[in-house]
Ligand binder design. Sequence first.
Ligand code: M6R
Length: 366
Amino acid sequence: EKGGYDHFMLKEIYEQPRAIQDTYRGRLLADQGLVRMAGIDNHLEKFTNADRIIIVACGTSWHAGLVAEYIFEDLARIPVEVEYASEFRYRNPVITPNDVVIAISQSGETADTLAAIKLAKEKGAFVFGVCNVVGSSIARETHAGAYTHAGPEIGVASTKAFTTQITVLTLIALKLAKEKGVFSESEFHEMLTQLEGVPAKVERALQSNDLIEAIAEVYKDSTNCLYLGRGYNFPVALEGALKLKEISYIHAEGYPAAEMKHGPIALIDEMMPVVVIATRKGHYEKVVSNIQEIKSRQGKIIAVVFEGDESVKELADHVVEVPATSEPLSPLVTTIPLQLLSYHIALMRGCNVDQPRNLAKSVTVE
Ligand code: M6R
């Protein structure tokens, strides 16, 4: 049932080009210049009239929510707040019937997310679910929703659920951008075409597997690791760090690259690997200078860059190239090498990749 792969996690990492395609199939209609999603189409005014969107989720799904915050604000110009479901429900949040709440959950059974949904409904908000498991509790509790069509995710470490959640949320943002007139017909069409090109780019990113395995060999005995990114790739840094800690038990932290000088830079020495996502469009020069700061303190740099990069290549100890995309779509591609890196490191450390200690696939306790 692992389809020839040693672990579910690896199988699921490799399924991503297909899973992303399955998620937009029948929804992304580039030739008709259309995004069709029943859950949105039937409640379009709720979204276009919303004062703001509040996203609630936990773990990796919360990271997908953070990516969505950038996409919704950048493309559709709708204010977004992203909340840990567990914090949201316990802090007497201000919610009104003009708010749209989006709950993101692979399993659809996460207790904290479910409780946040119930609270939002009590306060009169419209609640939209983005779930993977069909017929799950969250899918049933929400007013409407859109499934990610990732197929079953068995590995406790979430991989294809993350990229397909981002795919669904991108489709929604694009649709709203068009609907609200923020996007012209041609801009909209251009983005749809680019999104259709993502699976092939993910496929290419997967080809760096051997290189990443070699990098993993170098850093497998590290005790700490930092992940840095800016803009759209800041949540990717958080997700990379979560993936590493949950399956390899190496302590890892994700930071917005510019925050480094406000504290974490004190940690950097020759023992500290720093994974930097340095895509050309995302504040590139700033990230390059962050890399220089790490180098001058003997930190080791593993950089994820777009193909053809020159500046970072000269500075980094290891460079992983991924195909260039427009910035809003970059998380779908830059996250791939980070998934593979944590997989290989965990494996080399003899960890149970699919079922890490202390963790369950769905967290049904609060
Ligand atoms: O099923 P959900 O998406 O609601 O799960 C949320 C988190 O428990 C989950 O993403 C967790 O953080 C994963 N183990 C991360 O890989």
